[in-house]
Design a binder for this molecule. Structure first.
Ligand code: HEM
Length: 172
């Protein structure tokens, strides 16, 4: 991430002049680094994942899905997955997404709730817009592995029927 020094006592104003750093140089700087690096590398991404997964686990709308899940494990696997699609050379050692989510009757609205939390956490962390767009689009593209519900809202009747089917082991 490119951070401008804040003006203050002893600050050298020449930093802002075209001679010191041109727009082209700034753009190159951003374009030549991976999204992973733009987020601050391992430390930056782990901080984002920590906040994101804590919010997901504690969320009033979708937190109940994680009642029996390990917070530490989900953080680690989400870290690996995100690091990889953000451009780091890190292997993903978790279960395939369809396998991990298959027994959870996740609805379209609940899928969108997780995405909304992710967006809020990325904004709060000051993630560059390109990184935010990429990550949200990536997760959106994995939707078919997490839910078969094409809608973006929660239909309480369908949700209840799916929850019943899941309890009875009849979820298709
Ligand atoms: C594209 C969106 C999503 C991605 C990339 C994703 C990613 C992951 C990953 C990497 C894991 C860990 C897998 C493992 O333990 O090996 C996981 C687990 C889990 N996810 Fe997601 N997830 C997504 C959407 C959702 C949504 C929308 C919900 C619920 C609203 C959800 C609920 C869960 C639950 C409950 C687990 C624990 C599974 C278990 O141990 O039974 N996920 N997810």
């Amino acid at each position: 991430m490119v951070v401008a020094p804040s003006p203050g006592a002893g600050h050298d104003p020449s930093w802002f002049t075209p001679r010191a750093v041109s727009c082209a140089a700034l753009r190159r700087n951003v374009e030549n680094t991976s999204y992973f690096e733009q987020l601050g590398g391992e430390a930056g991404l782990r901080a984002v994942i920590d906040r994101f997964i804590d919010r997901v686990f504690d969320d009033v709308m979708i937190g109940f899905f994680f009642a029996r899940a390990s917070r530490a494990r989900v953080k680690e696997k989400e870290y690996e997955l995100a690091a990889r699609h953000l451009g780091a050379d890190i292997p993903y050692t978790g279960r395939p997404l369809d396998e991990a989510h298959g027994r959870h009757p996740i609805m379209g609205g609940q899928f969108m709730r997780r995405l909304k939390i992710l967006e809020e956490v990325l904004i709060e962390a000051g993630a560059p817009e390109a990184v935010r767009r990429h990550w949200l689009a990536h997760d959106e593209s994995q939707r078919h592995l997490v839910t078969r519900d094409a809608g973006g809202r929660c239909d309480p009747n369908v949700a209840a029927a799916r929850a019943r089917a899941a309890r009875e082991g009849k979820l298709s």
